[in-house]
Design a protein around this ligand. Structure first.
Ligand code: AMP
Ligand code: MG
Length: 417
């Protein structure tokens, strides 16, 4: 049987992602956080503006506020940011005005200072100002009572700026998710173990800390359960502890079909398997399931142990699932940005699985988006992953690609926030 045939029966990445999204119910518990801690969180309650933005008509320029159209104006005062002019202009009168300062009563336009000449109190200009020119109107950004940020948004830096501009000091967000994180494998040694103490075939447990770093970008609280040997009893114990203390369990290792891979058996015994094995490369042995507990259930994501596979499946499958679980609304759960880029090298690929090769993409001297794969594409090759700034996404049924072909790349654009 060819590889392609062996992989025909595997669930596609898209189908797996859809099944995850469809079967996950978002959490509903909320908390109030100060605006200073709201970035990256998911908004749970509407925030309505208590004022118009801008709060008053104000100047977009440093220059002169003018009343009516005239060949020259008489300067009668000034309006500075924070120090408005208290009077009202009559036709032919002007005040000095700075950016952001309130437009004085009677003024209907602002001329930028670069176009003005002042002689005593007489102001002339190289070209007339149009009515309304350089005036930022009260409420043209936001009206009083308007919703500032839609519920279900992931709060980003511009949201913070907008909320603060409206005087908001705290917001109601969905609570943080809690993950139980563990690694499985007899060969794994905690980082910090001196290299001289590693036995033959031992490796550092690099996945746990990498996954932790990724989850923290989603504001997930981590219950770090550490590292477990390839023994069903200890894995069972870990899962029982994990299911009672977290919204989801994230494991790596022990999920393939080796004789020491017990994740599947224990998951089956304690709960249920949604799927296991996908048409994705790297990362075929990816498991999703559920572990019932006293309050309902805990989701289970079992990542493959190979370090590149673990991170690829986390990005492609677990992150979209967690976005749903943490309450991000559909509009803000768009698939990652993909762009086309021209290949700078050949790529070998067998049909059968969607391949997420690691690549480096950039705009070349002619302005063309190009991409090269970063070194050997083995699922254990972390140096090439670390060098990469994108995935080169090769469709499931595709085969080899040649230099000059156009391929799809998915940039690592702050993917988690
Ligand atoms: P497994 O999924 O258990 O078959 O492991 C596949 C490969 O990933 C093996 O080479 C493991 O040594 C390696 N591996 C498993 N877990 C980890 C981990 N936590 N950190 C680094 N490498 C791992
Ligand atoms: Mg193993």
């Amino acid at each position: 049987m060819s590889d392609a045939c062996a992989e025909n029966g595997l669930r596609s990445v898209e189908a797996a992602k859809q099944m995850l999204i469809d079967s996950i119910d978002p959490i509903t518990a909320t908390e109030i956080v100060p605006l200073s801690q709201a970035c990256g969180r998911v908004l749970a309650e509407p925030v309505l503006s208590a004022l118009d933005l801008p709060p008053c008509d104000n100047s977009a320029m440093d220059g002169y506020a003018l009343c009516g159209e005239s060949d020259s104006y008489t300067l009668i005062g000034k309006s500075l940011a924070g120090h408005p002019f208290s009077g009202t202009l009559e036709p032919g009168q002007a005040t000095r005005i700075t950016t952001g300062a309130a437009v004085p009563g009677g003024a209907d336009r602002v001329q930028m200072q670069e176009n003005c000449t002042l002689d005593g109190d007489q102001l002339t200009m190289s070209r007339p100002a149009r009515p309304g020119e350089n005036i930022r109107r009260r409420g043209e950004d936001v009206h009083t009572g308007q919703s500032l940020v839609p519920v279900g948004s992931k709060i980003k830096v511009p949201h913070i700026a907008l909320l603060a501009a409206a005087g908001v000091v705290e917001v109601t967000v969905l609570r943080k998710l809690k993950a139980a994180l563990l690694s499985i494998g007899d060969e794994l040694k905690p980082i910090g173990t001196p290299a001289s103490e590693l036995g033959d075939g031992d490796v550092y447990d690099s996945n746990r800390i990498a996954l932790q770093a990724a989850l923290e970008q989603l504001d997930v609280e981590i219950l770090d359960l550490g590292c477990y040997p390839d023994q069903p009893e200890s894995i069972r114990e870990a899962f029982i502890h994990a299911r009672n203390n977290a919204d989801f369990v994230l494991t790596s290792g022990g999920v393939s079909v080796g004789e020491a891979d017990y994740t599947k058996t224990v998951l089956q015994e304690l709960g249920e398997i949604g799927f296991w094995k996908l048409a994705i490369k790297p990362g075929k042995p990816f498991a999703f399931g559920r572990l019932p507990n006293a309050n309902g259930e805990t989701l289970f994501f079992g990542l493959p142990g190979n370090p590149v596979s673990a991170i690829v499946t986390l990005y492609q499958l677990v992150v979209p699932a967690l976005e749903k679980l943490r309450g991000t609304s559909e509009q803000y759960r768009q698939p990652p940005l993909q762009v086309r880029a021209r290949l700078l090298n050949n790529i070998r690929k067998n049909p059968g699985r969607t391949d997420y090769q690691r690549g480096f993409t950039y705009r070349d001297g002619d302005g063309i988006q190009v991409v090269k794969t970063t070194g050997i594409q083995g699922s254990h090759i972390l140096s090439g992953f670390a060098e990469a700034n994108c995935f080169v996404v090769l469709p499931r049924e595709g085969s080899d690609c040649d230099t000059g072909d156009w391929v799809t790349v998915e940039p690592f654009l702050a993917p988690l926030k």
